[in-house]
Design a protein around this ligand. Sequence first.
Ligand code: IPD
Length: 262
Amino acid sequence: MQGSANLNLMIKAARKAGRSLVKDFREVENLQVSSKGPGDFVTRADREAERIIKQELMTGRPTYGWLGEETGETEGADPTRRWIVDPLDGTTNFLHGLPHWAVSIALEHKGEIVSGVIFDAAKDEIYWAEKGTGAWLNESRLRVSGRRAMSDAVFATGIPFAGRGALPATLQDLARLMPACAGVRRWGAAALDLAYVAAGRFEGYWERGIQPWDMAAGIILVREAGGFVSAIREGDDPVQNGSIIAANSALFEDFRKVIRGE
Ligand code: IPD
């Protein structure tokens, strides 16, 4: 499958940052036993990954805007296009030596996500999608799962931590959803939760209080794999609203009803 020049640039940047993070991750695994832990080291690894991505993308497309988790927002000379980047999604997993984290890069055009790349460097899995050309994992085409019954479905979520405000609503979501489905997973990397919906591994995913860089690339992956994505509140855009619900086409409405408490 041949991608566009932009997609190839995104893949190159994601792989380069991923290589740097894999090297740092080996060190983090060793640092678990030290009394100070790997906190500062991980902060540096995260910033270095964003520096690598920014250099690749902004050298290749100097007029585009930028929104990155570590370096914030910069408007570009071309106000219609911006990169949305999380250099290390799943930071807590990385910090604890858990091999479930990813680089996430999206391109937005006129307010719509048009391409996305998510690189799970520890497992060497690269997910990518462009509007109208499907979603892919390495060289294989992705489709959302075909399960049609809530009772067979496994869903993923993020549970707010460290006093984040969305915790009570998420606990209510769980109380409604858990009796109706086959299981809920909290694996700690939103980009991979969405990639797994695209890959048919999870039937759906939702999260409240989430940032644009955590979800941007995953949104186009799910849509191009045949799934649906929206904000939890009717009519809102997930990237603007900070909540997201995504699922295969068969279960999207039932799942959304449960999460909205309808
Ligand atoms: C976090 C992860 C986590 C999600 C949080 C995010 P980070 O991103 O994606 O799964 O529940 O909402 O903030 O901080 O590791 O980039």
